[in-house]
Design a protein. Structure first.
Length: 279
């Protein structure tokens, strides 16, 4: 896709694991009110309600990274002009793949899962993913979180009522196969499904937004992912204090939403000649 000549008028929001596109509901309203067309493509089979997926998680079991990327590339590639891309959690990793493949005017990765080669794994991350990674048998399953596991991984800074409400409204099982494959990818020679070219000078500008209290994808993961990029284009980091993993639903989400959009608009129409990293 060609580089844009004016501010993008479309924002594409990519959701992560254990949630659906419903997790973006607040941002959809806020960005649409500012005149943007907002698209929230679901993973294949996940374009149904949360309640339906909790009753029958078989669509989650069938998910693969190639299928997810085909869905996302079809949506983004079908637009008249490159959009602003934003991805949360696993959606941040998929968004990085889109940028690496030439899609999008600019990208914002929010509490992003890492791309291949990022080996930092803090203890809080290991605890958060243990429900899936505790057994190789989960590679063939859709694995949900108990409320206690959700609270630790997603909403550890929420009060009890808001945490429970978020769990009831957003939580679905995640693909054990994709999570297991993302771990094993760093043990297999050659690029695997979540690999990007860290030296890709044609890649659009990328911002990592991190929450200081995120247990699932802690700031150390975001910093390591950003440092892997050696390309001659901009890569920045912004950390927000007191924020947990589920930033899109945490009180004060408006601040992060506005910061992400302002940064994206500023960088969407230019390709800096020097890479940068800041916090």
């Amino acid at each position: 896709m060609a580089a844009p000549s004016k501010r993008p008028d479309t924002i594409v929001l990519v959701h992560g694991f254990w949630v659906t596109s419903r997790s973006w509901e607040h941002r959809i309203t806020r960005y649409a009110a500012q005149g943007y067309r907002v698209l929230t493509p679901a993973y294949p089979g996940l374009d149904v309600e949360v309640e339906a997926l909790n009753r029958d998680p078989s669509p989650v079991e069938r998910l693969t990274v190639p299928a997810i990327m085909t869905r996302l590339e079809t949506v983004v590639g079908g637009l008249e002009a490159p959009p602003i891309l934003m991805g949360h959690s696993a959606g941040g990793a998929f968004m990085q793949l889109l940028l690496d493949r030439g899609y999008g005017a600019v990208g914002v990765a929010i509490n992003s899962a890492p791309t291949e080669g990022v080996l930092v794994a803090p203890l809080s991350q290991l605890k958060s993913t243990f429900p899936v990674l505790k057994s190789p048998a989960n590679r063939h399953k859709a694995v949900g979180l108990t409320y206690e596991q959700w609270r630790y991984a997603f909403t550890n800074t929420f009060d009890e009522a808001d945490s429970r409400a978020a769990y009831d409204r957003y939580q679905i099982p995640a693909s054990g196969g994709i999570l297991w494959d993302s771990v094993l990818a760093n043990l297999i020679p050659g690029p695997q499904e979540i690999a990007v070219d860290y030296h890709n000078d044609a890649r659009a500008p990328l911002l990592f937004i991190s929450g200081s209290e995120d247990h699932l994808m802690p700031p150390a993961v975001q910093r390591s992912n950003a440092k892997h990029y050696k390309s001659n284009t901009i890569t920045e980091i912004k950390e927000f204090s007191g924020r947990s993993h589920f930033m899109p639903g945490q009180n004060g989400w408006e601040e992060i939403a506005d910061y992400a959009l302002a940064w994206a608009v500023e960088h969407a129409t230019r390709r800096p000649q020097m890479a940068a990293a800041s916090s």
